[in-house]
Design a protein around this ligand. Structure first.
Ligand code: GDP
Length: 208
């Protein structure tokens, strides 16, 4: 039987620093991207109900890794993409990140969708738009988590959600948008619904 939260079973599979190292046993995956410090690790840990599954590298300039977490024995996995947007990162590392992201997004047919994490107070920065553009080009579905929603009052948070939806539409992209808070654990069910849909949980009988 499927557990109430299949993401609780997430466990580290492997890391890749080049697309040649991407694991072949990951058959369907959902990736998480976001500016450094936006709250990506906290969102993954909240989703998986684990304290330190995804960790933040506070060191800019460190080797950028794509981390894979297995969630079941059907080859489903969550993918933690390297954070972007460190102000002090040298140009060559920026280019490396761009190449890694571009080749990951374009060479991964098993990628079902991308979750882009943005701080609700600072959405749609340069690299966020870059990710949206690549996904649009590749036809990869995108869901946006506006996290740290607890930092704003309820009214201001919903205004930000509406603003981001409108801006995305005006830019010609398609993406769903929701508020989220790892601190207050709000928005988790909405996120799970998107993932369940992309992973096709519940659409087939897996109890056999
Ligand atoms: P990452 O670099 O994107 O993985 O970001 P982290 O998950 O490490 O979070 C960066 C900082 O933001 C940390 O100090 C977190 O405690 C804080 N943070 C993350 N999510 C939330 C949230 O939902 N609410 C609040 N108030 N702080 C958060």
């Amino acid at each position: 039987m499927m557990s109430a939260n299949p993401y609780r079973q997430a466990s580290f599979l492997t890391s890749a620093s080049r697309t040649s190292q991407l694991p072949e046993d990951s058959l369907s995956e959902v990736a998480f991207a976001g500016r450094s410090n936006a709250g990506k690790s906290s969102a993954i840990n909240t989703l998986c109900e684990q304290k330190a599954l995804a960790r933040t590298s506070k060191t800019p300039g460190r080797t950028q890794l794509i981390n894979f977490f297995t969630i079941d024995d059907q080859g489903r996995s969550l993918v933690d993409l390297p954070g972007y947007g460190y102000a002090k990162v040298p140009e060559n590392m920026r280019r490396e990140w761009q190449q890694l992201m571009e080749s990951y997004l374009s060479k991964r047919p098993q990628l079902k969708g991308l979750i882009i994490i943005m701080d609700i107070r600072h959405p749609l920065k340069e690299y966020d738009l870059q990710m949206l553009q690549w996904c649009d080009y590749m036809g990869t579905p995108v869901h946006i988590l506006l996290t740290k929603a607890d930092k704003l009052k309820t009214g201001a948070a919903s205004q930000q959600v509406m603003y981001v939806r409108k801006a995305i539409k005006e830019a010609g992209y398609v993406a769903s948008v929701q508020p989220f808070s790892a601190l207050k654990k709000t928005g988790v069910n909405e996120l799970k619904k998107v993932l369940d849909d992309w992973f096709e949980f519940g659409t087939q009988d897996e109890s056999a």
